[in-house]
Design a protein around this ligand. Sequence first.
Ligand code: HEM
Ligand code: HEM
Length: 222
Amino acid sequence: MKKSIKVWDLFVRLSHWLIVLLVASAWLSSEFGDAEFKWHSWNGYALFVLVLSRLLWGFFGSTTARYRSFIKAPKSAFVYLQDMRKGKEAEYVGHNPAGGWMALMLWLVLLAQAVTGMFSSDDVIFDGPFSFYVSSATVSSITGIHHFLFNLLILLVMFHVFAVFYHQYVKKEKLIEAMITGNKTLSNANTDLKLEFRPFYFAVLIVAVIGVGFWLVLRSYT
Ligand code: HEM
Ligand code: HEM
């Protein structure tokens, strides 16, 4: 029997779609027009604060947002992928074991992308705020890593979106709607689980503390 239950809290959903928008605008701003890197760098700082906050939410957030509920032994991710190949994978209330690892990889690559950006330079107009603390050879290597990480990010995002579309259109599980409304329609998963939801203002507090902390660091060291 199909049942619709709330699975994603507001912060998980909002941070996801903001991350998507910010990644798109980080790319657009680096490709077109943002000659002084103003937009690109502030955009990167926003991503840094948001991703770091979501990583903390993995400890303090709602049940489905916590690592405990979606980071399983790597073996279970492989078993899940094998079952998926046979078309008989189990349904999950939150992230499936492969999706959980993918989410973690996406956040870590995004974080590394933002941090390397802060040490990067275009050698003409803009130097990242912390690039003055390292040698110019290091800046040029880190800038290379900044480029490489973006390609890696795009590759991961392609796998991610492919997997989401597979569930959405082949398996007819409405994962995209769930990431928008928070409610997921489940047919086989255990829907009697007791899910706890943390209030949104708690997430706002985390974002505010990290945001102000980061801004103070930027102001003091640059
Ligand atoms: C820059 C592009 C993207 C990035 C970096 C990204 C990253 C992520 C991350 C980190 C999660 C885990 C969310 C959490 O637990 O807080 C996630 C989940 C999800 N994303 Fe994306 N995403 C991207 C694009 C998209 C697009 C274009 C779609 C749909 C059209 C999409 C649909 C979803 C869905 C449905 C989930 C939940 C999956 C599940 O039920 O396990 N994402 N994404
Ligand atoms: C997660 C956030 C970020 C993303 C997704 C991102 C993405 C990109 C992309 C796609 C490029 C162009 C690469 C190419 O042309 O192949 C680029 C270049 C660059 N980014 Fe970022 N970036 C981010 C954060 C930052 C931050 C926070 C800063 C600095 C404060 C920064 C500084 C730079 C610089 C200086 C370049 C030019 C490098 C060059 O000319 O070789 N980025 N970034």
